[in-house]
Ligand binder design. Structure first.
Ligand code: FRU
Length: 422
């Protein structure tokens, strides 16, 4: 505590590293491999592909339940499109539910004056102000995909016996842009010929200091241009801190974690606070690991005692959830939410039907060359069955798979419950 009685602000330090030596320990085990999704899950939307999804949370990170309703937000795009075209048309829509299992479609979450389309984010509801803070990525159109973390403040929630409506006008602000030193700019990444990311703001309130932060996906400039050089693989988990109470102004802070020499993309980073520990989760792809390393499309995680701490990879290498080997792209974009001593993990059905081995080795890159109907056939584009994850110090274990759409941690009405215990 400082003299004024408030807790001192977080002091930053240099990012910890997810090293090559650590990532060399990535292993698929029973505890880290999700069950095969045997049937297509029923879509929660008749008209849209659905992928990255996040719940409306209170400032303290708990899930909002308002007059019995829960609300989630998803990236969506018309299912007339081939799956690969959806990224350039992504719009955030909301869905609401009483049981966390059956979802009704609400509509577009907010008018979006910034950017050509929107990518992932997070959503916080301030109970006192009765307004939503929509964190999202304002993205310019293909092929540039310039990404700017943004915030839309001001939506209110109206509930009735039949449903939920989000109303009101929002003020939109850009939260920040890469500075070229801590965070690689689009221009630097072009020179280096390497992917660029500055996206996926995920809000959290620091559990001790009460400060408002976001973590996001970015890259550290390393100057390396050669795709054969591991140094070109430079993913990081960036941080911004709000500098006013209205949350309209933010400062860039050093990343909490870097994967220099290890992996190029640490997508949708987010924290879970459990047992006094900081669990940092992120999703990543097989194709973004640096030369000489191998890891599946999966959920990766790290644990530390503090925000700018020493992050130990979970399960030694960092792998927390992988798809089963016979369907390595069946799900993606896992999001971990605290649930009691455990966690609940939500994701979407990706290229479920794509199977490296039995479908004549169709790779993800090759999907785009198939006739449109076949591409759609291979893609899920809806919520995948949620998983229950046990967190125990530096180890995790997938302990159950839930029925379709069982999505939000809830205090009781858990729907049909586990389909399969392990
Ligand atoms: C993860 C992701 C996010 C991004 C979105 C774009 O699935 O790549 O990082 O916001 O999808 O569609």
């Amino acid at each position: 505590m400082s003299a004024s009685g408030s807790v001192a602000a977080v002091e930053t330090s240099d990012a910890d590293q997810w090293t090559r030596a650590e990532a060399a320990n990535i292993t698929l085990t029973n505890d880290t491999t999700a069950p095969l999704i045997e049937e297509n899950s029923e879509s929660i939307s008749d008209d849209y592909w659905i992928w990255d999804t996040w719940p409306l949370r209170n400032r303290d990170g708990s899930i909002v339940k308002i007059n019995g309703w829960q609300i989630v937000f998803s990236l969506t795009a018309s299912d007339d499109l081939v799956p690969g075209a959806r990224h350039n048309e992504a719009t955030i829509r909301y869905f609401y539910s009483r049981d966390g299992q059956t979802w009704q479609e609400g509509g577009q979450a907010f008018e979006a004056p910034l950017g050509h389309h929107q990518w992932a984010g997070s959503a916080m509801y301030d109970q006192g102000e009765e307004q939503i803070y929509h964190f999202y990525t304002a993205v310019s159109s293909f092929p540039e995909f310039r990404q700017r973390p943004a915030l839309a403040i001001g939506s209110s929630i109206e509930t009735g016996p039949q449903g939920v409506e989000l109303t009101g006008e929002q003020e939109h602000v850009i939260m920040g842009t890469p500075d070229g030193e801590l965070y690689q700019t689009l221009e630097q990444s072009r020179e280096q010929g390497i992917v660029y990311a500055f996206r996926d703001p995920w809000y959290f309130q620091h559990p001790e200091t009460g400060e408002d932060f976001v973590v996001f996906e970015a890259n550290t400039p390393t100057g390396s241009r050669d795709p054969g050089n591991p140094q070109s693989f430079n993913g990081n988990i960036g941080v911004m801190r709000a500098t006013n109470d209205e949350l309209t102004e933010w400062e860039l802070l050093p990343p909490v974690l870097e994967a220099i020499g290890t992996n190029q993309q640490l997508e949708r980073p987010h924290f879970v606070f459990n047992d006094g520990k900081w669990y940092l989760f992120t999703i990543s792809h097989k194709f973004t690991f640096a030369p000489g390393l191998d890891g599946p499309d999966g959920l990766y995680g790290f644990v530390s005692d503090s925000m700018y701490g020493d992050y130990e990879p979970l399960n030694e290498g960092g792998l927390v959830i992988a798809n089963p080997e016979e369907a390595p792209f069946q799900a993606y974009s896992w999001l971990v939410m605290p649930q009691g001593d455990n966690a609940l993990v939500e994701s979407f059905e990706n290229f479920r039907g794509l199977d490296d081995t039995s479908r004549g080795s169709i790779s993800l890159d090759e999907v785009g060359y198939l006739p449109p109907e076949e591409q759609k056939e291979l893609f899920g584009g809806t919520l995948a069955p949620s998983l229950k994850l046990q967190l125990e110090g530096t180890e995790t274990r997938i302990v159950a798979e839930f029925n379709d759409g069982h999505f939000l941690p809830s205090g009781g009405s858990s729907g049909k419950g586990p389909k399969q215990s392990r």
